[in-house]
Design a protein around this ligand. Sequence first.
Ligand code: ADP
Ligand code: MG
Length: 250
Amino acid sequence: MAPLLSMNRISKRRPDKAREWLFDDITAAIDKGERVALLGASGTGKSTLLRIAALLEPIDDGELHLEGIAQISFKPEHWRKKISYVAQAPVMLAGTVEQNLRTASELHGTLFDEPLARRCMAEAELGHLDWKKPAAELSGGEKQRTALVRSLLLRPAMLLLDETTSSLDPTSKEAVEHMLNRWAEREGTAMAWITHDMEQSRSVSDQIWFMGDGKLLERGDTKAFFQGPSTEQARRFIQKPIEREAGGNE
Ligand SMILES: Nc1ncnc2c1ncn2[C@@H]1O[C@H](COP(=O)(O)OP(=O)(O)O)[C@@H](O)[C@H]1O
Ligand SMILES: [Mg+2]
């Protein structure tokens, strides 16, 4: 069976310097229900790669397939219903929390599953949130989790999580990890997490993708990666992900 998502020789020029490649020749695939942690220093193009996978950013070369079907055959909104990207600093739509939660179903012409929305919000430790509150007034962490629930309600085949827990305190972070692990088990949703939290990357992934030097330098089993990465870049990164992060240009 074809993988859920396959990326074949994807290349992307730097948005700021079009003559240089941000990355090139990235080939990777993810199966239904598989969980990936995407690691790498800041500025290596992790967010760009996930945005490409959600058709939010064009590619300069290469091909994408969803369940074996070429991207060109999809309407972007159909693709994005299957592969949903949760931004690091999500854009809330004008209006209330409830209106934001209802957006996805309205956009895609599906029924709003309010009990599911309530359960997800509670599991994300947002059970207390007043749905009549303007979404613009939420904190960064509340916006991230509301955007996450908004994406979950689409029941996508794959979720792309861009540092989704980066503004959360440890308790809320764990709640979100548990919620997503349970969700993946129940729904068979594939997930790709960008994270700088090594503990998290171990607990939420089956495989690691490691980006550096404009390449996907490593792609393999999570345990094997942490026991002994194949590249010097990954070895250094595992030891000091935060310091390398601080040297980045986010
Ligand atoms: N819209 C943009 N305009 C200019 N430069 C951008 C834009 N988006 C990303 N970049 C640059 O592309 C590089 C990769 O960005 P990004 O994919 O966000 O990396 P990462 O998520 O790994 O930190 C960075 O150098 C960033 O500054
Ligand atoms: Mg990023």
